[in-house]
Design a protein around this ligand. Structure first.
Ligand code: IMP
Ligand code: MG
Length: 190
């Protein structure tokens, strides 16, 4: 958005400091797309997006990959409160495509404890793909209890809870074009 124009989020006290801005997202995703294009030369990788958080990243990432990619999506729910993961994950929407023999790239929004990713990774691995790599937009520094083996990472971010560019709090803020800190306010504290 051009400077000076107002956004519906301008006066929202929950929208805090920008952690990853629009230009940084664009540049890093272009670089990830180039890397994937080179790594998968001559192949047609299957991008598997984890809903809902990864939808915006996956859309931009796919357009930065110069290969005949295919898409599928799955949705998982982790039991726990809005801003904490319990480690117990269940598949809410499963994939439609068969993974056997495919070069699968799992696309995630953010890796926090790594529990969601390690569950999903194991689950996909059991379906017999030719290869399985992970591309995560964000990784929270130093909190991973499990090593999820991340082949492609967009940004390492500090511990703050973040929103925007697909990431939500209670389903809101996914349409912010950047990633920013979620500021808890008396109204948003749950
Ligand atoms: P993990 O299982 O602890 O790695 O948590 C990963 C999942 O928790 C992500 O796929 C997100 O849906 C959610 N999550 C973790 N941190 C954040 C955050 O800062 N903002 C929004 N969602 C988050
Ligand atoms: Mg979420």
């Amino acid at each position: 958005m051009p400077p000076g124009d107002s956004s519906p989020f301008d006066r929202d006290p929950a929208v805090g400091r920008i952690v990853v801005g629009e230009d940084e997202l664009r540049e890093r995703i272009a670089a990830l797309g180039k890397e994937i294009t080179a790594d998968y030369h001559g192949r047609a990788p299957l991008l598997v997006g984890v809903l809902k958080g990864a939808f915006m990243f996956m859309s931009d990432l796919a357009r930065a990959i110069d290969l005949p990619v295919e898409f599928d999506f799955m949705a998982v729910a982790s039991y726990g409160s809005a801003t904490k993961t319990s480690g117990v994950v269940r598949i809410v929407k499963d994939l439609e495509l068969d993974l056997s023999g495919r070069d699968v790239i799992l696309v995630e929004d953010i890796v926090d404890s790594g529990l969601t990713l390690s569950y999903v990774r194991k689950n996909l691995q059991a379906r017999g793909p030719a290869s399985l790599e992970v591309c995560a937009l964000l990784v929270r520094q130093g909190l991973q209890k499990h090593d999820p083996q991340l082949r492609y990472v967009g940004f390492q971010i500090p511990p703050d809870f973040v929103i925007g560019y697909g990431l939500d709090v209670a389903e809101r803020y996914r349409n912010l074009p950047y990633v920013c800190v979620f500021e808890e306010t008396p109204e948003t504290r749950g």
